[in-house]
Design a protein around this ligand. Structure first.
Ligand code: ZN
Ligand code: MN
Length: 454
């Protein structure tokens, strides 16, 4: 089996690819448009320099080679999401080509990297299809791999690594819906089937798995697989035929006459090379070496640049191992739960340092710290002030009340414990923790519990 991927990522430029309209997602449709991105006859495109620079950074990170000169072409197609009836893209000479990205021991070959414009967004609303041209003209970086993948797992690891690299370059935000869309080529035997427009990592995996099962089923039943383009339907979790017998040539590419050629010289590429950040892989190596972190914990922290950035600030003032445990665990979990990046949340370096110090000094339980963290993510919170009623309870007489109540309410667990089941004891301790809203000091609770259960 062979799998190749074609990945479209939206670049985080301030303005669109060929006009000055703002490049961002706003709720109100058709508000960020002009003659150019609406495709009015006579309107003239001009290239966004920043988009070229971002594309070149991606190319450098993926070890690609640049041509001396490149240009844009018109790809003809007729559809409401593209009002000009052609997309400005690259075909004859891509921005860069012949690169690679390693996943473990293996190298995934990158065939080419193109810059192009995103079409408008179609919204299917009952009997109507609505068109939002705000997305029209968003800069896209198209990354095409060779069919280097032999299974779905390799494709998943590659996409995760690519996403991390693009985030470290500061050119891509995975939290924007549809910011990464994938077309996959899969051939189980000889014929190549293309599955178009898969949004998000999880769906890439689902679509590939579906297509592998479908093609194997066809082959087992003596049916032929035809070369075709299929669409992924995330609702039914299946692929459906879109069109057959389509070749690149059918798009009738012609050179875009309204744009000048772009020359790429060594001076420019050398400048950009100097701007390359430390990527996740290098960070992980450094963390493991300098701070003796476990590989998996280092990987969890380094996977997101702003998380790693905050981590590196916080560990200057707290215990590294404790901070690492919280960053890879609870902090990441709480942010994910709220679909926020750390830079979008209300977490501050100062707040996190204070929180971790309180945990370290056992002023609060881990449970209380988790609850404080949830507040700190959503609104500006000084943990030292907010801790108020959450202070850790060491007072045995206070805890005795909850222990007595718990024992009275859980007679069967008490019986279980007395017949030798240790997990019943842990269960009872957990119940006391709940009664104290997570504030009871676990060691003291155990001590008091032992006194009553003998
Ligand atoms: Zn525009
Ligand atoms: Mn494309």
């Amino acid at each position: 089996m062979k799998i190749g991927l074609e990945i479209h990522t939206q670049l985080l430029t301030q303005t669109k690819m060929f006009c000055g309209c703002r490049n961002e997602f706003v709720k109100e449709p058709n508000t960020l448009t002009c003659e150019t991105c609406l495709g009015f006859p006579g309107s003239k495109p001009r290239v966004n320099k920043k988009a070229i620079e971002y594309g070149m950074k991606v190319a450098l990170a993926l070890n690609c080679k640049f041509p001396k000169e490149t240009f844009f072409s018109r790809k003809s197609y007729f559809y409401p999401d593209l009002s000009k009836n052609y997309q400005i893209t690259q075909y004859e000479i891509p921005l860069a080509q012949n690169g690679w990205l390693s996943i473990g021991e293996k190298r995934i070959e990158i065939r080419r990297i193109n810059l192009e414009e995103d079409p408008a967004r179609l919204v299917h609303a009952g009997d109507y299809v609505l068109v939002d041209y705000n997305r029209s003209g968003t800069p896209l970086c198209e990354i095409v791999t060779e069919p280097s993948f032999v299974d779905v797992k390799e494709a998943r690891i590659f996409l995760q690594k690519l996403s991390s690299i693009l985030q470290y370059l500061g050119v891509f935000d995975p939290n924007i819906e549809g910011s990464m869309r994938v077309d996959a080529n899969i051939s189980v035997k000889k014929e190549r089937v293309e599955v178009k427009n898969i949004s998000g990592f999880k769906d890439v995996e689902k679509a590939l798995n579906y297509e592998i099962v479908r093609q194997n089923y066809m082959l087992r039943h003596g049916r032929k697989i035809v070369r075709e383009t299929r669409g992924w339907d995330p609702v039914s979790g299946t692929t459906k035929t879109l069109r057959t017998k389509e070749e690149e040539e059918d798009y009738g590419y012609i050179m875009e006459p309204d744009l000048v050629k772009i020359t790429i010289d060594a001076k420019k590429t050398d400048e950009l090379k100097k701007l390359m950040p430390e990527f996740a892989e290098q960070k992980v190596r450094r963390y493991v070496k300098e701070t003796k972190l476990q590989q998996e914990i280092a990987e969890a922290i380094a996977s997101e640049p702003d998380l790693a950035d905050m981590f590196e600030k916080v560990i200057k003032k707290t215990d590294v191992q404790l901070a690492a445990k919280w960053f890879a665990g609870e902090i990441k979990k709480t942010l994910n739960y709220n679909t926020l990046r750390i830079s979008e949340s209300e977490l501050t370096e100062e707040g996190l340092v204070k929180l971790l110090k309180m945990v370290q000094e056992k002023a609060i339980t881990e449970r209380s710290a988790e609850m404080l963290l949830r507040e700190m993510v959503l609104r500006p919170t000084d943990p030292e002030k907010a801790v108020g009623t959450r202070k850790r309870i060491y007072d045995e007489t206070v805890l005795e009340q909850s222990v007595k109540q718990t024992i009275a309410e859980n007679a069967s667990a008490v019986v279980d414990y007395k017949s030798g089941k240790q997990e019943a004891f842990n269960f009872l301790v957990g119940q006391v923790m709940r009664k104290t809203e997570g504030r009871g000091d676990p060691a003291t609770i155990r001590k008091v519990m032992m006194k009553y259960l003998g």
